[in-house]
Design a protein around this ligand. Sequence first.
Ligand SMILES: NC(=O)c1ccc[n+]([C@@H]2O[C@H](COP(=O)([O-])OP(=O)(O)OC[C@H]3O[C@@H](n4cnc5c(N)ncnc54)[C@H](OP(=O)(O)O)[C@@H]3O)[C@@H](O)[C@H]2O)c1
Length: 286
Amino acid sequence: MKKILIQLDTDLFPSTFDRVVAIDAGVDELFSYGGVTPENVESLVHGAIFTRKPSDLMHTAIFVGGSNVAAGEALLEVVRKTLFGPFKVSVIMDSNGSNTTASATVIAAARHLNLAETTAVVLGGTGPVGCRVAQLLLSQGATVRLASRSLDRSKTTCEMLAKTVDAAKLAPHESRSESGLAAACHLADLVVAAGAAGTCLITARQLDAISTLKLAIDLNAVAPAGIEGVEVQDKARSHLHYLTYGAIAVGGTKMRIHLAAIQSLFHANDRVLDTTSIFELGKSLA
Ligand SMILES: NC(=O)c1ccc[n+]([C@@H]2O[C@H](COP(=O)([O-])OP(=O)(O)OC[C@H]3O[C@@H](n4cnc5c(N)ncnc54)[C@H](OP(=O)(O)O)[C@@H]3O)[C@@H](O)[C@H]2O)c1
């Protein structure tokens, strides 16, 4: 039976990136819909679950995507509520690549650090990727300082994250000022730069000054680098007292996770791949 992936994208145009990965993952038919909202999604889900026999529904799956992660989460919630009894198909939510990228980042960090004993700074932590990096680090027992240009935005994100992880060791930080950034990075083991593409969040001088630093990961592939001095191809490159990873190295793992996640949707009809389960899947590939 043909594997059908139904792409529900909250943007007007369904993501080309997600479409290419779906095809490369071996999907036979890809139905792509743009402009999908919680209000108009029900009939699209009904079309997915009321066509094939329940025993054949493992050959149909749903991908929730789009550039707006909050919109993707709202859509996922309605999709999940619309599935019922045996009328279920597996679903993944990876708006803006946030879950697959965050998983790849934390998997890279775990290669070098005992995360339960790690103090991590996530720069650009209010964005879709940084927020999920922080969530996964917290879930592994790390102490996380979530940095933003705005302390208010950081606090808001921390409040949201505190609801997702029990006993989260989490603190909001302002990183726009030199002193704020220095305070966020004081005695840190790990720095992750998850700022917007093409924005430098920390200079080489500021990074080198973190005497306890063991690992620096930059997710931004667009010049200038998010961490000055980190090259996109860096993969555990040794520099002074710490190692560096760049966006391409993390992106390779992200792509493997993305492909495997799509393929795993067709192993059963009741999988829900969210931040946590995508991370678990990513770890199983290592
Ligand atoms: N390597 C990969 O495989 C891969 C995959 C996906 C994404 N990425 C990269 O991961 C990074 C994070 O993605 P995202 O979608 O979460 O990013 P985003 O939403 O565009 O930006 C993340 C945060 O950066 C801060 N920011 C925005 N403009 C800024 C500026 N001009 N100067 C300094 N900070 C600024 C904002 O935080 P505040 O306003 O709170 O400061 C924002 O919440 C991006 O660089 C993206 O390209 C990499």
